[in-house]
Design a protein. Structure first.
Length: 564
């Protein structure tokens, strides 16, 4: 593909703030941290973390990020301009933003005169003062300011002169960027192009060095096209979200924008090796937000490079360019010949290599493991975000997975609060779990309470094993997600459970699937404990218990066998 190489573009991700406003998404602090580090790995230069002061979760996120900093990305705090009638230096809305201690701050203000008079209930002149005063104050506090011109395109349509005055105020106050926001998502590409040209002229007239960015919503289905139109007219920052998450119909989808801008138009967004992280990032984040991935999404969907029988398959096998617009590996995806047993083998080998296992495609275990994975995924398992469960499955196939404990049964009882407390809105539930496990020849029966059945089961299992494996005392369950896989079956539906665990330094995720939600939860929780015990041994760490190391050495020295 012959493309003209153009100047770099600055990608700005707002999944953690604007994306999280999508109906049905609720991110924990741990979710936000995991997503931020994945975006950092992807090479995104600006990551908007949230609005400090708007809720405790965002404040915790910025504080925790200080102890777990990003490698290359700038984390950005988000806030509004000061309120009418206040001075920026005295307005409490700006204090938490400064306390977050980010170098970059995104400040949004009103561009549409209708919003100024009807929403803020102030004058057009005061709105200009709010923009200038807020930006100037933050610049004096040694912050770099990105100004988001909210409802820019609607404002420009209804009162272009005033809308341009707001841009002029931001430029003269010292904003490094002015970002034109299609907040209502109703603009079309030709209107975006015209508007960007007008803003470029204002900046030129101010003799400013402020750069232009674009932030589009997808209410008209044109968010990606609008962003591209803005870039072609000189915008140098593109804001969007992974998988297009966002309020109402979503935001511009960075998983579509980045490869189009980089591979088709020649702009530099991320390094080529980072671009290969796009599909894994899309799928990991979809699991984190607990939404099913869009199999037919451009570039990153499971079916984006899938070919099903007939003329397509035979042509692609001769030359993939016949039915593929790019090489799927470029964006971290893979070609799938739906009817072929070869589909996915390279992915299995790649995942094995990531686990530190050099698995040869000629090894019969490779193909048997592939078929097992296909069957498990057909049953509802998803290993994209459950890397620990995949590694346990892989090592079981290679007979490198020792049996640390064996469940001989469990029982869970739930006790609801009194009728009186439920009527007063104080519904509470306590669960009691009893487990029987066998470690070697030792049978252990124990019970524990929790604030729900999974909490009780987790506590009982840890209690049963901690004397045998003391390192379990460091393990914590940090996240728990449930997805109903076939809702049409009602309460008999199959359920997938994802559990994230930590030992205080490392995190890992395991998966369980069953028509019994407690059974699925037990599987995920038990594998989380098992992987936590085995992880230092797999990584050849000195923290591997001597007893487990001896078992692994015995397994590794035995002749290799094939899967049954």
């Amino acid at each position: 593909m012959n493309i003209q190489h153009r100047s770099p573009l600055w990608i700005y991700d707002t999944t953690l703030r604007d994306g999280a406003q999508r109906e049905g998404i609720s991110l924990s602090v741990e979710d936000k941290l995991t997503i931020a580090h994945q975006l950092d790995k992807l090479g995104i230069p600006f990551i908007e973390g949230g609005w400090p002061g708007a809720n405790p979760k965002d404040e915790q996120f910025f504080q925790k990020l200080k102890t777990s900093p990003l490698r290359q990305a700038e984390v950005v705090a988000f806030c509004s301009t000061r309120r009418p009638g206040n001075q920026a230096a005295e307005d409490p809305v700006l204090r938490p933003i400064l306390a977050a201690e980010t170098r970059w701050i995104t400040l949004f203000g009103k561009s549409w005169d209708f919003h100024v008079t009807a929403g803020l209930k102030t004058t057009l002149g005061e709105n200009l003062a709010m923009i200038a005063d807020s930006i100037n104050y933050l610049c004096q506090q040694d912050r770099q300011v990105i100004y988001d011109a909210e409802h820019w395109f609607d404002g420009y349509k209804h009162n272009p002169a005033y809308a341009l005055e707001t841009i002029q105020a931001a430029v003269q106050a010292g904003a490094k960027w002015v970002v034109l926001c299609d907040t209502n998502g109703g603009t079309l590409p030709h209107e975006v192009a015209e508007s960007v040209q007008a803003v470029r002229q204002v900046i030129q007239d101010c003799q400013g060095t402020t750069q232009i960015g674009i932030h589009t919503h997808n209410d008209s289905g044109t968010a990606v096209a609008n962003a591209i139109a803005a870039v072609q007219q000189g915008a140098e920052m593109v804001q969007g979200t992974i998988n297009g998450y966002g309020e109402r119909c979503g935001n511009a989808n960075l998983c579509t924008l980045i490869p189009n801008l980089q591979l088709k138009l020649g702009y530099h967004c991320v390094e080529p090796e980072q671009l290969a992280e796009l599909t894994p990032s899309s799928r990991l984040i979809s699991e984190r937000v607990n939404l099913a991935p869009d199999d037919h999404a451009p570039f990153v969907g499971l079916s984006a490079f899938a070919h099903k029988g007939g003329i397509h398959v035979s042509a692609v096998q001769r030359d993939p360019q016949t039915y593929e617009h790019i090489e799927p590996q470029t964006v971290g995806n893979q070609r799938r010949i739906v009817i072929s047993e070869q589909a996915g083998l390279s992915n299995v080998l790649e995942k094995a290599n990531h686990c530190g296992i050099a698995l040869d495609k000629q090894n019969p275990v490779s193909r048997q493991l592939l078929q097992q994975l296909k069957q498990l995924e057909h049953e509802g398992y998803q290993f994209e975000a459950a890397e620990a469960s995949f590694e346990l499955l892989l090592r079981q196939a290679l007979e490198q997975r020792p049996s640390l404990f064996e469940l001989h049964g469990f029982d869970v009882h739930c006790y609801c609060g009194s009728l009186e407390s439920r009527q007063q809105g104080g519904f509470s539930s306590t669960a009691l779990a009893t487990v029987k496990v066998v470690v070697g020849v030792q049978e252990i029966l124990t019970a524990a309470e929790g604030n729900g059945p999974v909490s009780a089961l987790d506590a009982a299992l840890r209690k049963a094993l901690v004397d045998v494996y003391p390192s379990i005392a460091k393990f914590q369950l940090t996240d728990y997600k449930v997805r109903i896989l076939d809702g049409k079956h009602g309460t008999s539906a199959k359920t997938r459970v994802l559990v994230e665990s930590t030992d205080g330094q490392n995190r890992w995720t395991t998966v369980g699937v069953s028509t019994n939600i407690i059974g699925a939860s037990y599987q995920a929780v038990a594998e989380g404990i098992e992987y936590g015990l085995l992880r230092p041994c797999f990584k050849d760490s000195d923290e591997c218990p001597i007893g487990i190391r001896a078992i692994l050495n015995d397994l590794n020295s035995a002749p290799a066998k094939h899967l049954a």
